[in-house]
Design a protein. Structure first.
Ligand SMILES: Cc1ncc(C[n+]2csc(CCOP(=O)(O)OP(=O)(O)O)c2C)c(N)n1
Ligand SMILES: Cc1ncc(C[n+]2csc(CCOP(=O)(O)OP(=O)(O)O)c2C)c(N)n1
Ligand SMILES: [Mg+2]
Ligand SMILES: [Mg+2]
Lengths: 328, 305, 305, 328
């Protein structure tokens, strides 16, 4: 209740309307595409329920291909379907969507410029109890290094739905990353999703907070605390890590003078490093990282893990204090 | 009574020939069954307590892992990562960690009480087995499917270099055989005559999205392994007498220039009536009522953790 | 005369049954042979000029690719990436790009003169085939082995959805079959009855470090494919009459619920005496003297580029 | 001749003694280990000659395993050998050592803390004519994101030899990256290789040039030009990208005020980003990247490709001018 009221006041049109998993947004988005985009086909590697692909599969069984537990093969088949003009959406966990099949994506999809949408659930720590073998924290880095790949990590179910739909009309390979747990929904369902265009959640003066995925919500919670402390925060949702909205980042930091990056990812190779590169090349500024500190995750409940691995609102609050302190 | 499991193609009845061993005494079988019953209780209680995990495959493999650790494997006291001068086991289908953890605990690798920490934060009993938290008994992480056989082969090669004539065992799922790396490993083991390796396939015919036949059929599985140059045995994995017998048998097939695979027919969820007969209990936890019902079917034999 | 190639296990003589076609007229065979001779010259000259590339496998597959493009495939004029209403071909063993480039050029996809740019900077004729520079005829990049069959399956599925009854062809190396992804694809194609797909394996028995038997034996290869649910045909890939015949035959095996594989016996380096009989010419370029000697063995039939 | 004299004068003990491929240094290093480290075993995926592993294999055939073209399997077998106490060195091209097998390395080696040495030849553009499918430009990024992985990219044959030997005594997974072409040799053969310790090639005041792998030589050529222009350059060889010698980087940039990173790698995710992160967190400073500009490579001669893709000495010279110009 309190959160909602506060959010309403401070974050303009970004109002919490409930809780839903980002993967649910993928499921509804894919289902919506079924009737509007007849060339959309779907593939899954024995994880239909986890990926929430059932509605699509049930309605268009002839446009769905079950590949079993063979992710490499799935990526190749998707490339072949795309060659022949289809728009394949592949579905499996983030780990098996990226690290397991990096070379297949690299050669058969990215280098071959195939119109494949690699849709990845259970990214990051918040998949919870399955533990580190499944909690990939490197997938953003893996995919952003591929020339021509678009990398998207939406922040809630509505944004995931919108992104799922939007990428169908973008020609080229896309990596779409989402997660497992229920999570606050606060992006209006009619908010347009523009690939590569950062979404400002809130304007502010003292610091630029750049957050992606589940960490946008964590940042909103942090901003609530910080604003109560009298610190004016700018919060920008970098839903598209590649192509990066460098202009938005530079414009914001040129006003605030410091940056905090927030991501459910290894500190190395993710959004933080993309921002650090942008700033190093154009506007050197103090930057603090809120990210997993180059360790593997572990089993536990999502909220417990976010606390233990330094991705809680309180960690963002502290990072903001450090960043501001470091300003010239 | 058991039947060799063969989805299509000719039914091969394994013939054990002159090396056939006598069955172990019934008392030993009964003892193993008692242990397996406790292992099944542990599985149900762990998954129920964590409200996450994979009971189906775990229950199906309870008899096999019990027999392997309490009857078959030559193990040394304590735990040494390198496994010199003892048999080694690798679990490739890491999601059935509950059954392995229970068997490891009852084998003395760590306190049985630690089973209560399964899948909780700061536990050594991770959702999928790992060496990362130092849990004794585990030699490699698994969970991402298809990798364990390769690792087991590496350990087997190492034993060969060192002149250590102990065996290396490995368990894989059947859905897991859809991963190409398994067939890379199969090719390698045959080519390099890795004959101190016994791989068991949990042939429960189920995976996450349905039956293996429905999701991605393995077709004539015995023919596949035979064509890849392996010595193929069959086992009813939920008949303790047969498990013990075929494991004994498999050892006599080792050292003959061919890697050995046991196609082990099991029932997913074996031992808990409502978990059997489908893929549905691959990876969900029972609620309180279901837990009670399950435990009512499983005798407590060694004391609950 | 040709012999089915079978490294171990029982020799299977393919029987063609009632659908056996009559052989194409000798004049057509001779015409194809003339083309293949020019293709071989092109291969030698391209690799020699670039002083890098893979002549061995390219020469071995010259007859097959010539027959495929000039006899077997139903191709449309021009080049459309999507390949609707025509047969499609995917080269999985991308290192034998020289033979494909030559055949593509002579088939009219791009000027024959462009062969002279092979492996040079700013060329569309990359060391391994790619769509990246827009070379007509190429539909996916290859070079990292083991991926092409999956891509071909995707194209075949697409044709099925679209009700397009044209065929999809794919060529792979035999060493390439050591990659697990190939067997993932094999399992999939059988399960999904992808029967508008004809895969040919270049069974030259060689790879980089030696013979396939020495490096990583493929064992009983026909048995492997059969156990994976494929319809297995055999071909002598360096006998043009047989190539044409078996390709015709393979089409009649399509549409029957099973994917079709042709195990094509070839000689690495076929057509150039000093390049035959070993793995040595897998991936090195001939020097000036060797080039001259090679070209002396290959009649110029369509004019050198 | 001129180069050598100049090098002798300016770069102290770093004197060009000839040309040799870095992979040759790997071959001799591995062979040397054969007699000193009896637990060292080697594996190769059908590329013995390219990896220069023949001397080891011929002398210790029982400690070598040919795995054929199955890199995923090779990584798993190596993990198993390491479990049992061996020190496995795997050999294949950089692409097939990393992207092809990322998930296998991640789970069976890195997360399992196995003492496996992943040795990778033909990294980068300089493999030349084989083209983009083989020219991986993301492998440093891939490997550095794995917790616990040591990532090394030596600059010449001598340093590669020394690194190959040194990693045998380091417990834990290592990624050792080297290349195909003949390349100037200038590290003294008796120079100790210290993992994680940056090697200063030359002291200077106006700019800190951080280079790895083949680009160290390119940077030496650039420094020759720059010094002739009166610009005092500091050149540091970052042979170990992880763990990164952050202290050396910060100390250097704190004196010079700007940085130029040089690597045969995608601009995204490599050494440059590791340096940008270090500076962003500790000492925000202008940094210029000399790296491949997020594109795939292509076939060509190594030198031609280095020019076309912006990795020539002249590119470093220009980057240094830009960096200096941007100083406060
Ligand atoms: C590489 C990989 N892909 C997908 C998964 C997700 N997954 C976990 S268990 C499982 C099904 C495994 O089937 P099977 O081996 O038959 O085990 P069972 O369900 O019988 O226990 C899948 C797809 C995984 N863990 N690893
Ligand atoms: C994934 C992968 N691993 C390794 C290589 C290096 N490589 C190129 S060709 C080749 C041998 C291929 O053998 P085969 O398929 O029999 O082709 P042939 O030598 O007969 O032409 C190897 C190992 C590669 N290109 N891709
Ligand atoms: Mg199963
Ligand atoms: Mg071959």
């Amino acid at each position: 209740m309190e959160t909602q009221t506060f959010t309403q006041t401070i974050f303009g049109r970004f109002i919490v309307t409930g809780k839903k998993a980002t993967r649910d947004g993928f499921g509804t988005g894919l289902h919506a595409l079924g009737s509007t985009h007849l060339d959309v086909v779907a593939l899954c590697a024995d994880l239909l329920g986890s990926l929430k692909m059932n509605d699509f599969v049930n309605e268009w069984p002839e446009r769905f291909f079950q590949v079993g537990i063979s992710e490499a093969n799935m990526m190749g088949i998707a490339a072949g379907l795309a060659t022949a003009g289809k728009i394949p959406y592949t579905g499996t966990f983030a780990n098996f969507s990226t690290g397991r099949v990096y070379d297949q994506i690299r050669q058969s999809i990215a280098y071959s410029d195939k119109n494949v949408k690699i849709c990845a659930s259970h990214a990051g720590l918040t998949l919870g109890e399955d533990g580190a073998t499944h909690q990939i924290l490197e997938d953003i880095g893996l995919m952003k290094m591929l020339p021509g790949m678009t990398v998207i990590n939406p922040c809630d179910a509505n944004q995931t739905h919108a992104a799922t739909v939007a990428i169908a009309d973008h020609h080229g390979p896309v990596y779409l990353r989402f997660g497992r747990p229920n999570w606050p929904v606060f992006i209006p369902s009619d908010e347009p999703f523009v690939i590569g265009k950062a979404l400002t959640i809130k304007r502010g003066e003292a610091v630029s907070i750049f957050a992606t995925g589940h960490l946008v919500w964590q940042a909103m919670e942090a901003v609530k605390t910080l604003e109560a402390q009298g610190i004016s925060c700018e919060l920008i949702n970098i839903h598209t890590i590649k192509p990066l909205d460098e202009a938005a980042i530079i414009e914001s930091v040129s006003r605030t003078g410091c940056a905090v990056s927030c991501e459910e990812h290894n500190r190395l190779g993710g959004l933080g490093d993309s921002i650090a590169q942008t700033l190093a090349r154009h506007l050197p500024s103090p930057q603090e990282y809120v990210a997993v500190d180059d360790t593997f995750g572990e089993s536990g409940k999502p909220e417990e893990l976010l606390v233990k691995y330094g991705l809680a609102p309180q960690d963002i609050v502290q990072a903001v204090h450090r960043a501001i302190k470091r300003k010239g | 009574m058991w039947l060799p499991f063969c989805l299509s193609g000719p039914t091969k009845i394994p013939t054990f020939g002159s090396q056939r061993e006598t069955h172990p005494p019934m008392s030993q079988i009964a003892e193993l069954q008692r242990t397996a019953s406790q292992v099944r209780r542990d599985i149900v209680r762990m998954v129920s307590q964590a409200q996450s995990g994979h009971p189906g495959g775990s229950l199906g493999c309870a008899d096999f892992l019990t027999a392997l650790y309490f009857h078959t494997m030559d193990r040394k006291p304590g735990f040494a990562m390198e496994g010199k001068d003892e048999d080694m086991f690798f679990l490739s289908n890491g999601h059935i960690s509950p059954v392995w953890y229970s068997v490891l605990a009852h084998s003395g690798y760590f306190p049985v009480s630690e089973l209560g920490t399964f899948r909780q934060i700061n536990s050594r009993l991770q959702g999928h087995p790992t060496t990362h938290e130092g849990l004794p008994g585990v030699r490699v992480a698994s969970g991402s499917l298809g990798q364990g056989m390769s690792v087991a082969i590496g350990a087997a090669l190492s034993k060969r270099i060192d002149g250590d004539d102990h065996m290396v065992y490995c368990l894989t799922g059947d859905g897991e055989l859809q991963e190409g790396q398994v067939w890379e490993a199969a090719l390698f083991a045959a080519h390099h005559q890795v004959d101190n390796l016994i791989v068991t396939v949990d042939r429960n015919g189920q995976q996450i999205d349905g039956s293996t036949d429905h999701v991605m059929s393995l077709g004539d599985l015995p023919a596949k392994w035979a064509a890849f140059g392996w010595d193929v045995l069959h086992m009813n994995g939920n008949d303790m007498a047969d498990v013990v017998h075929v494991l004994d048998q498999a050892k006599t097939h080792a050292g003959k220039g061919k890697p050995v695979v046991i196609l082990m027919k099991t029932e997913m969820g074996a031992g808990v009536d409502f978990m059997m007969g489908s893929h549905k209990w691959h990876g969900i936890a029972p609620n309180a009522e279901q837990t009670e019902s399950a435990l009512a079917q499983l005798t407590e034999t060694l004391g609950d953790y």
